[in-house]
Design a protein around this ligand. Structure first.
Ligand code: ADP
Length: 454
């Protein structure tokens, strides 16, 4: 795609003055882009080799706090540096920012230059390598939903996050008339993302006032996670440039539908779709069935990676298209896992559990780990469920709260074996901290409920 640049392309554009700024970024634990803005001349002359950042960036929260309890770093250890090593295959133009290119970095130990195992990009690379050792590549797509508001982020914050006005006045699911009214923002989003080398498929109105979905064509897992992360950041920036706000909070209001990030996944051997067997029922190969059996059985273990915040769990309400059960079905939107493209070479599984706040590197890594386990153990796939799965009492639930998901994560022997104790301990601490912060805060809800009447 035209927005993707080689290092030589970048050097040429810096020499002719069309690029003056290079963003060197990496995805943090929350899936945000963190990094620095380089003068492009400095980047192409020296900093393309490496730059540095404080190592608290992979042991913090949305507020940039410095929680205790992380083995990797702390006040006691002096919060030293990490190396940010630019992955020069990820250089791209950012057409919504004048004269600017971006590169994604990997995080390395400052002293040994070994990859930092809990860095989200590395967590995913580890699972991709395990899959590669079995002879497969993973192709993924993460459909992203979000809300657009008429006000800017700054106005919303100054107003105490009250009186938010969604960009549409009615449910705009597949609506052409309403989405035409939003083209002032959505068209630049599609075109700028495309211009940055992201293969945008489409955007559409979603099933709530002001709700949008953007689809980017499936890609190899690491590229897909990079696309997701860049798109999320870009959508917020482009919305901000147009005086409005884009929010990926999964549930911004209890009476509104939540936002998800459904993850489509398939395995390939070179150009051959390994999930497809033309002779088999629904076109599902044995390999696909084993993968899906692992994906489904271990969903409670990795729910934290699909739903990492207190708010994430508010989305799991029945009758809202947000699933609560770890079962699969054929083209049925009430189950946690949906078979798509059945009977064709595009046969794949869609995980519908994740919210729009998931970190795609961690979510994809956890799902690959579960699928690999299913393949290694030749796990048997139960028959598909039918009908309204919300009412199926026998079906396994996913953890219903962050507290419960923290415990399934902490106690997951499978994830510890697949990702390493250090990584699981690191993210268990991340989950605990989020809960501790929430538990400490007095909410508006309890004041309104009890102030007079308790
Ligand atoms: P819709 O849900 O609108 O019918 P599609 O079913 O065509 O859309 O695709 C949904 C998502 O699945 C798209 O983002 C697409 O890129 C992705 N996808 C299509 N084929 C595969 C595949 N073999 N593996 C993984 N993702 C895929």
């Amino acid at each position: 795609m035209p927005g993707n640049l080689s290092f030589d392309d970048l050097k040429a554009r810096v020499a002719d003055g069309t690029i003056d700024t290079v963003l060197a970024c990496f995805p943090d634990m929350q899936g945000r882009l963190m990094g620095k803005r380089f003068h492009a001349v400095n980047f192409v002359e020296t900093s393309f080799k490496e730059t540095h950042c404080c190592n608290y960036l992979l042991a913090t929260d949305l507020e940039m706090a410095t929680p205790d309890g992380y083995a990797a770093t702390s006040w006691e250890k002096g919060y030293g540096d990490y190396v940010m090593a630019p992955d020069l295959t990820t250089i791209r133009l950012l057409p919504w920012l004048e004269g600017t290119a971006m590169v994604i970095c990997d995080i390395l130990d400052h002293h040994t230059h070994a990859p930092v195992p809990h860095a989200p990009r590395q967590v995913l690379k580890t699972q991709i390598a395990r899959l590669k050792a079995l002879g497969f590549d993973a192709m993924m797509a993460t459909e992203l939903e979000f809300f657009l508001f008429e006000q800017s982020f700054d106005d919303i914050r100054k107003g105490g996050f009250r009186d938010l006005t969604p960009i549409s006045g009615y449910n705009e699911d597949y609506h052409i008339l309403q989405t035409t009214k939003e083209e002032g923002v959505m068209r630049p989003i599609r075109n700028h993302l495309f211009g940055a080398g992201l293969p945008v498929e489409n955007s559409k109105g979603e099933a709530e006032t002001g709700q949008e979905e953007i689809n980017i064509r499936y890609a190899e897992a690491l590229a897909c996670a990079d696309h997701h992360t860049i798109a999320k950041n870009a959508i917020k920036e482009i919305a901000w440039q147009h005086g409005c706000a884009a929010s990926f909070l999964p549930k911004w209001h209890h009476d509104k539908v939540g936002s998800s990030s459904h993850v489509h996944q398939s395995l390939w051997t070179g150009e051959t779709p390994a999930f497809y067997d033309p002779e088999a029922d629904l076109g599902m190969s044995e390999l696909m069935k084993n993968y899906m059996a692992g994906l489904i059985a271990y969903a409670p273990d990795y729910t934290f990676f699909l739903a990492p915040y207190i708010n994430s769990y508010k989305r799991f309400a029945k009758g809202t298209f947000a699933p609560t059960k770890t079962v699969w079905s054929v083209d049925n939107r009430t189950a946690g896992f949906r078979l798509c493209g059945d009977g064709t070479s595009g046969v794949r599984v869609e995980c519908r559990i994740g919210g729009s706040d998931l970190n795609p590197y961690l979510a994809q890594a956890a799902m690959l780990a579960a699928g690999i386990k299913g393949i290694a153990d030749k796990m048997e796939l139960a028959p598909p469920t039918r009908g309204d799965v919300y009412e199926d009492a026998k079906a396994q639930d996913i953890p219903q709260t962050l507290r419960a998901a923290t415990e399934t994560l902490r106690n997951s022997a499978f994830l510890r074996a697949a990702m390493g104790d250090d990584v699981i301990d690191h993210y268990t601490r991340c989950a605990e901290w989020e809960q501790e912060e929430f538990d400490r805060v007095v909410t508006d809800w309890e004041i309104a409920r009890g102030f007079e009447r308790a």
